[in-house]
Ligand binder design. Structure first.
Ligand code: NAI
Length: 644
């Protein structure tokens, strides 16, 4: 029978090759229609009883990205959600029950429901290529792997690794998958079909777990394993904020991963998760992220060469990031001494992120020191990241505009200067755009694309496409002091710093905001950003007027700039603040601390600094870490979600 999304061929060895190629889609996702068809194909296969079954992807983009998250938005009731769980759970069990060898041939991403499908096969072969990743990221959407993942992954890789993957959503590559036993083999692309054929024909005995891991899977030991994992989890996330990782742990411990086993009202049940606000808000963030990604598709611009001027904290790291993402980068500064630390940090980044020697070397080759600044003539994107000094920036841009290629993007990373001022002497000021990265560049996903009064719309769209090209999230903002992120953070930090002046312990203020759901409290954040930068940003936002918070000014005057100098509001050791005990946190304190943040977020939307409230939420979640489970500050204000 012909199918829409699945193609079935049988070769001369009587191996059935089932190719998943979702119709009218660039990515394979397991929608309702796809799963129904898959179920029908499995019935056919059961009847025809081939020698073996190999499941593979017909898409070059990857194997299977998971369930179709779009369908989650149509969920109107708990029963709707349970129906989605039911259909996936049933079909994976049907696959697992086939009487002949089954094998998933995984090239590219294999996420969520995709991995659950692969786990329901007897064997898994991972194609060793850069895009191959295995993960069960359901926890990031506030839900759990209900299509058999919680049951099967611990049996295949052991509870330790399985719980870690499921409770964090972390992904593993092909080699790691082989090492941990998730994949039976990791093979280069050119031999993948042959490897699958041989394994399907030979049907080797399935691998056994190491003794310790299989012991940990025994019902008697599960409570002990779970209580250890729960302790570690509690140090990282609060159950009231993020119930899903706790539910995953309990679903494994008490119900062996069967999502239909927990009684109604049990915290490990899917119903409890989908009825809470966290899942709804996290799914909302997933779509906001997709929306930011789509901002990069409004122009077909593609950069090959980036020229960065200023190899300091920001420029150096921006250059390294771009080189790591495959672009040729020339990095300019005044002398070799200024370039050296940036090159060193770049190498450390490549080593940490790329791991493979050849990839590290290639990235290092793409990053070219360029004191003379010759790269500016050839670059598709020029990013200025020199000192925050208007005159020097103007002088520099006068030279750059003269030598740059006609279609090249001319961008500044300025945090506090007006684009109109920097571009005042441009022959064509519409070419200047802000591409505002955040520190630390490697960790911060958000990049603000700043349009001044003169900036050409197409230039801003090209800048957004470039930001997507280097795998960051672009957000268009208007040229106004602090743009979005610093504008909202400014009053929030300012208030917290003044409360320190009034005698509050930094520890208590930080504890209040982490209790609220921020990843880090305001005082630790100030120390991390750098107190000199906070001073400067505060002055810029206040327009020069007003006294800075006293303790802040004193620390800066004494050269205690926070994390980077080893001392600020806290003493820092090995990258960690040394904190004393916090006093009791009251609801009143929480509300007082967050109030300026929420007020400013509303003002930014009212003034049209960002397109709409949804994008403001997105920017503030990805740019300031605003409690994701609350779905963003404006969503929080608009919703009746329980106040923490
Ligand atoms: P930095 O002081 O660490 O680095 C500036 C670098 O520019 C120095 O290496 C300096 O030698 C070089 N430089 C100065 N004049 C130059 C010239 N005419 N030609 C070539 N190189 C020159 O500064 P940082 O912190 O990296 O800031 C750079 C820009 O990025 C500023 O506009 C700042 O507002 C912005 N920014 C800074 C952030 C931060 O957290 N530090 C965050 C986001 C933006």
């Amino acid at each position: 029978m012909a199918h829409k999304h699945w193609k079935l061929d049988t070769d001369r060895d009587n191996i059935a090759w089932l190719t998943f190629d979702k119709a009218e889609a660039s990515t394979n996702t397991l929608s309702g229609a796809v799963v129904a068809e898959f179920s029908a194909v499995l019935d056919e296969l059961r009847a025809s009883n081939p020698r073996a079954l190999v499941i593979r992807s017909g898409k070059s983009s990857g194997f299977i990205a998971g369930a179709d998250v779009e369908e989650f938005t149509t969920i109107a009731s708990t029963d709707d959600a349970l129906a989605i769980v039911r259909r996936g759970w049933d079909v994976m069990n049907k696959l697992a029950a086939l009487p002949f060898p089954t094998l998933a041939l995984v090239n590219g991403f294999c996420m969520g429901g995709g991995l659950e499908l692969a786990l329901a096969c007897r064997y898994r072969i991972a194609v060793d290529q850069p895009g191959t990743r295995f993960a069960l990221p359901e926890v990031m959407l506030g839900i759990l792997p209900g299509w058999g993942g919680v049951m099967r992954l611990p049996r295949v890789v052991g509870p330790t690794a399985a719980l870690d993957m499921m409770m964090t959503g972390r992904s593993v590559d092909a080699r790691r998958a082989k090492l941990m036993g998730l994949a039976d083999a990791s093979v280069p692309p050119r031999v993948m079909d042959n490897s699958a054929r041989i394994m399907a024909l030979e049907a080797p005995p399935q691998k056994k777990l190491p003794v310790l891991q299989s012991l940990m899977n025994l019902p008697l030991l599960r409570p002990l394993v779970a209580s250890m994992a729960r302790k570690q989890l509690a140090a990282r996330v609060q159950r009231e904020h993020y119930p899903a990782p706790y539910a995953i742990l309990e679903l494994w411990q008490k119900y062996d991963g069967d999502p239909f086993a927990p009684p109604a009202g049990d915290p490990a049940s899917v119903a409890t998760l989908v009825e809470g606000n966290t899942a709804r808000n996290l799914i909302r963030i997933f779509f906001l992220q997709e929306r930011m990604k789509s901002l990069g598709k409004e122009s077909g611009f593609e950069a090959r060469h980036v020229h960065v001027i200023g190899a300091g904290v920001m420029g150096g790291d921006v250059a390294a990031w771009c080189a790591m993402r495959g672009l040729t980068v020339t990095l300019q500064d005044q002398n070799a001494g200024a370039l050296a630390p940036a090159m060193k940090r770049a190498h450390a980044l490549f080593k940490r992120r790329l791991r493979d020697q050849r990839l590290i070397r290639d990235a290092a080759d793409r990053l070219i020191p360029d004191i003379a600044g010759d790269g500016a003539r050839r670059a598709d994107v020029i990013i200025e990241a020199i000192f925050e000094n208007l005159e020097v920036k103007r002088e520099l841009f006068a030279k750059l505009e003269a030598v740059a290629k006609p279609g090249a993007i001319l961008a500044t990373n300025t945090s506090s200067l007006k684009l109109a001022d920097i571009g005042a002497n441009f022959a064509n000021p519409s070419r200047l755009v802000g591409i505002h990265f955040f520190n630390p560049v490697a960790q911060m996903q958000l990049v603000e694309i700043v349009s001044g009064a003169n900036t050409d719309g197409e230039t801003a769209r090209m800048a957004a496409a470039f930001v997507r090209q280097i795998d960051k999230l672009p957000l268009h903002v208007k040229d106004s002091p602090g743009f979005l992120v610093n504008r909202v953070l400014g009053p929030y930090l300012n208030q917290a710093l003044r409360m320190v002046d009034d005698g509050m312990a930094p520890e208590t203020l930080d504890a209040a905001m982490t209790r609220f759901g921020m990843p880090m409290g305001p005082i630790e954040l100030a120390d991390t950003v750098g107190l000199d930068i906070c001073m400067h940003a505060g002055k810029a936002l206040a327009g020069g007027g007003g006294e800075p918070p006293k303790k802040l000014a004193d620390l800066v005057a004494a050269g205690n700039l926070g994390k980077k100098s080893g001392r600020g509001f806290y003493a820092w050791q090995n990258g960690k603040p040394q904190k004393g005990a916090a006093a009791a946190v009251t609801q009143e304190l929480i509300e007082r601390l967050i109030a300026p943040y929420l007020k400013e977020a509303q003002a930014v939307v009212a003034e049209g600094i960002v397109t709409d409230a949804d994008l403001a939420d997105a920017g503030l979640i990805f740019g300031t870490g605003f409690a994701p489970f609350l779905g963003g500050p404006l969503n929080y204000l608009a919703s009746d979600s329980v106040r923490p």
